[in-house]
Write a protein that binds this ligand. Structure first.
Ligand code: BG6
Ligand code: MG
Length: 219
């Protein structure tokens, strides 16, 4: 029986996935590195350091470890500055309504994000109150596609994996949810999250009603 929901943040609750993309793009431009939306696809759901390593390898660049850290910090500074524009109007369509319904129906709710900036994003959205537990990039050391962040959320909610539904927009995130034994709802195109238990094009379609209809026997 489903008792809890665990949400990814960037690209599920709000469109910060786009702000991450723009920040990486700015950094790549400064470094004269090739970077486009195809490369960005591989960064979705992946930690900051794993992301910069993917971009560096894509460019066959050799970068010392401390310089790599410096570059990741530069990207983060650009990203964090862009978060100042985020307001409570910036939920992805359907996300706020879903969180409200879950609260009304008494489900337990956790965040399971790879981002170390997750709390800042939730504060900007005024969304902290929707979550019983906030799992972020500081909560576990192994990032998606490892299941650790979702297992952390379930444990803190005092639920088993099979009692939770995970919402994710990243290929690595769906892999993580499945590896942990969770039911996975994919938000986005088939080639990205088609391996989820159920997939919707957008959060606006992934309502509580739609999810309950799909997982009928679990509610
Ligand atoms: C994930 C994003 O949620 O968080 C990734 O999908 C990002 O793009 C990762 O790299 C880490 O975020 P941050 O804010 O800690 O750099
Ligand atoms: Mg995401």
């Amino acid at each position: 029986m489903i008792k809890g929901f665990i949400f990814d943040l960037d690209g599920v609750i709000t469109d910060t996935a786009e702000l991450h993309y723009l920040a990486w793009k700015r950094l790549a431009e400064e470094m004269n590195w090739q970077f486009d939306r195809d490369v960005n696809e591989r960064l979705r759901g992946v930690s900051r350091m794993d992301s910069i390593n993917i971009i560096k390898d894509h460019n066959n660049a050799t970068v010392a470890e401390d310089r790599l850290l410096e570059l990741a910090t530069m990207k983060n500074d650009i990203y964090v500055a862009s978060l100042d524009t985020l307001t409570p109007n910036d939920y992805l369509p359907g996300a706020k309504e879903l969180l409200t319904h879950l609260r009304q129906e008494g489900f337990r709710v956790a965040l399971g994000s790879a981002s170390k900036n997750a709390t800042k994003v939730l504060e900007q959205l005024e969304a902290i109150g929707y979550f019983d537990i906030i799992g972020d990039g500081n909560s576990v050391s192994k990032s998606k596609p490892e299941p650790d962040i979702f297992l952390y959320g379930a444990e803190k909610l005092e639920l088993k994996a099979e009692e939770c539904i995970v919402y994710e927009d990243a290929e690595a995130g769906i892999d993580a949810a499945k590896a942990g034994g969770f039911y996975a709802v994919g938000i986005g195109p088939d080639d990205r999250v088609g391996h989820a238990d159920v997939r919707f094009d957008s959060m606006a379609e992934a309502t509580l009603f739609a999810v309950k209809s799909h997982f009928k026997e679990l509610f």
